[in-house]
Design a protein around this ligand. Structure first.
Ligand SMILES: NC(=O)c1ccc[n+]([C@@H]2O[C@H](COP(=O)([O-])OP(=O)(O)OC[C@H]3O[C@@H](n4cnc5c(N)ncnc54)[C@H](O)[C@@H]3O)[C@@H](O)[C@H]2O)c1
Length: 395
């Protein structure tokens, strides 16, 4: 099979930049795809950070410290960008202007204003594919729940709960980093870090929050600064968002939670959907297991537990009995990005990467959540139309 080679540049050579390079290195894991990413150039403001790539990724022939040089490089077709949130707007806008396709990290702008600037820039370059990184829906258990929603198997939705929980910040001795500072991570705190992961599937299913009542929490006030002193933790650790979802034909509650301090949870992403004809839940805590309860009127109510096979969105060499993990989900997501880049509307499977429009919806929710926590009130999203849709008085 002749493969289309997509020449990638990676901007931001930290934690996630390396994950992406590692996924490219094992592209042979995928079977039957006619495209392949090749990382030709990398860029990091700290030249030391590019060393790992220069030494271990043979396709990398250029390392830059100024991203503008990478954007001027004719040997780069597309960019994966993983930098702190305060840089998203300026870098993403310049990437889009350069005509290179962009897979950018969430939250796609440090705040709603930054996100709107990015989305506005896209209008001038409809030829450029722009997507937002969010890999958990590619876990086979989550993917299967998506299939069930598309097939309309849940009946009337009773309620939805989704979350993403971490716990390493329970340790007050963990040294502070940019993710705990408003200037670099943003006012959203844990919502900006974890929220797009939580919202990706609900938004894809068309379950937009109409209103939100938010409870935001700061648990650890200060941390070691790594230089012998201590520094204030400025951002929200945990967020619980009680949302009212209204679709064309349904209305139901949806509780979303994003927690940096959920004791015992290393990287737990989950979704639970209760419906009148089917209930189902999937959590990366037990990555193989999917639980479901099909129901018919008058019938028994019994939960079924299935070790879901390794049937990923894009077929691989891995046998069905084996486990799927975080790095597999990155590989699958990147395949979806390349598939869409090469085949556009004719993708091999239906789950495309999170869109900038979905990221924009997440910003509307997080901005409303900040207001809700500040005022202690329910905040309607989208103004008067939402109030009327909810059957509430605007006065
Ligand atoms: N999808 C996921 O599961 C996931 C997980 C973690 C982080 N993220 C996201 O990835 C992004 C980066 O997070 P990370 O954990 O990789 O951070 P990181 O701190 O490990 O890496 C960020 C890198 O960006 C570099 N950088 C800073 N300014 C730069 C500039 N002007 N030009 C080029 N490089 C610059 C830094 O030197 C650093 O090496 C964030 O948006 C974060 O929310 C996503």
């Amino acid at each position: 099979m002749t493969k289309t080679i997509i020449r990638f540049g990676v901007i931001g050579c930290g934690l996630m930049g390396k994950e992406f390079a590692s996924a490219a290195a094992r592209w042979c894991h995928l079977t039957g795809v006619e495209y392949e990413p090749r990382i030709t150039a990398v860029c990091d403001a700290n030249p030391e950070a590019t060393k790992w790539f220069r030494e271990l990724v043979p396709s990398v022939t250029k390392a830059y410290s100024d991203y503008r040089e990478l954007l001027a490089d004719p040997d780069v077709d597309a960019v994966y960008c993983a930098v702190p949130h305060n840089l998203h707007a300026d870098l993403y806008i310049d990437i889009i202007r350069s005509g290179k396709h962009l897979l950018g990290e969430k939250p796609f702008g440090i705040d709603r204003e930054a996100n709107r600037r990015i989305v506005a820039e896209m209008a001038a370059r409809p030829d450029v594919l722009v997507r937002c990184s969010s890999e958990f829906p590619f876990f086979p258990g989550a993917y299967r729940i998506g299939q069930w929603v598309r097939e309309g198997r849940f009946g009337k939705i009773i309620e939805v709960e989704a979350g993403f929980w971490h716990s390493s910040d329970l340790d007050p001795l963990k040294v502070i980093n940019w993710k705990r500072r408003i200037a670099t991570n943003g006012e959203y705190g844990c919502m900006g870090d974890l929220g797009m992961h939580v919202l990706h599937l609900p938004l894809r299913f068309g379950w937009r929050p109409n209103s939100v009542r938010a409870l935001l929490q700061k648990v650890v006030e200060t941390r070691p600064d790594g230089k012998g002193g201590s520094a204030p933790c400025e951002t929200w650790d945990n967020a619980i968002l009680a949302c009212d979802v209204k679709t064309e034909d349904q209305r139901f509650p949806m509780v979303l939670s994003m927690k940096r301090i959920a004791p015992g949870h290393a990287n737990t992403w989950f979704i639970r959907i209760n419906g009148t004809e089917l209930s189902a839940e999937y959590s990366t805590k037990n990555p193989k297991q999917i639980r479901s309860l099909p129901y018919q009127p008058g019938g028994e109510q019994a939960w079924h537990e299935l070790d879901v096979p390794y049937h990923s969105a894009y077929p691989t060499i891995t046998g069905g009995i084996f486990e799927f993990g975080f790095s597999d989900s990155i590989l699958q997501m990147w395949s979806a990005f390349c598939d869409e880049l090469v085949n556009r509307g004719g993708m091999k499977q239906p789950l495309y990467c999170a869109t900038p429009e979905e990221a924009a919806e997440s910003h509307e929710l997080f901005t409303a959540a900040l207001e809700s926590d500040r005022t202690g009130q329910t905040v309607y999203i989208g103004g008067r139309d939402s109030l009327e849709a909810a059957g509430q008085s605007a006065g």
